[in-house]
Ligand binder design. Structure first.
Ligand code: PXP
Length: 238
């Protein structure tokens, strides 16, 4: 049964739109934990456009489930992740102009850099996941450089314009999940998953965790975070 990690970046986005003091992401994280999520994910971006350093500190202090930090593979973030002792680091590419993470990290082209970052995080006991596109070469490189886990980028699946295209992308994710699990990597997935498209992904037996943010936080505006989380948990856990 897959675990659900709730990405709460969008709560901070709303707060930062006004540079105000609400809504506080920590409040949503605590309620989501009570509603049953297995973990909380945040992306501390170098430009601090949504999550702030103090959010990360509060989360580390107060949440009881797993704290997953999405981060660029840069010294500043490695320093913060190790200081705060996050439960897992997920390395993602970061482009200052993008609205959201646009693609997987390229482990083939950046093998040396990523291997060094993984070593640094491992030296303080932090397991590392790599957010990658569903490509066998990326899986192979992720394994070679010592990742513990991959998070398969489901953006193309989520953005598919037809059922046929969605099925084709879903099949690709299934194949990559199976390949990665066979090499001993843990397999997660996320990006753009929602209440409509999550079910075929949940059925992939190798998938151990889903990372979902936008659809749950958007739905919570209408039904509250408690109901939004429970509705997604019902789909993820059956
Ligand atoms: N995984 C990664 C690596 C991401 O960057 C994001 C978006 O911040 C997500 C999962 C969650 O995507 P969404 O907000 O579309 O559910």
């Amino acid at each position: 049964m897959a675990r659900l990690s709730l990405n709460i970046d969008h709560v901070a986005t709303l707060r930062e739109a006004r540079k105000a003091r609400e809504p506080e992401p920590i409040g949503i994280a605590l309620l989501a934990e009570l509603a049953g999520v297995d973990g909380i994910t945040v992306h501390l971006r170098q430009d601090r456009r949504h999550i702030q350093d103090r959010d990360l500190h509060w989360l580390r202090e107060l949440i009881r489930t797993e704290l997953n930090l999405e981060m660029a593979p840069v010294p500043e973030m490695v320093g913060l992740a190790t200081k705060i002792k996050v439960d897992r680091a997920t390395l993602v590419p970061e482009n200052r102009e993008e609205i959201t993470t646009e693609g997987g990290i390229d482990c083939v082209s950046h093998k040396q850099l990523l291997a060094a970052v993984i070593d640094q995080l491992h030296s303080t006991g932090i397991p590392v996941s790599l957010f990658i596109d569903p490509d066998p070469l990326q899986v192979q490189a992720a394994k070679e450089i010592g990742a513990d886990c991959i998070e398969i980028n489901t953006a193309r699946y989520s953005e598919a314009r037809s059922l046929k295209a969605e099925e084709a992308e879903g099949k690709k994710i299934q194949e990559i999940a199976s390949l990665a699990a066979n090499t001993g990597l843990r397999v997660h997935a996320g990006h753009g998953l929602n209440y409509r498209n999550v079910t075929p992904i949940v059925r992939i037996p190798e998938l151990q965790e889903l990372s979902i943010g936008h659809s749950i936080i958007a739905r919570s505006l209408f039904v509250g975070i408690w109901v939004a989380v429970q509705e997604m948990l019902k789909l993820v856990k059956g």
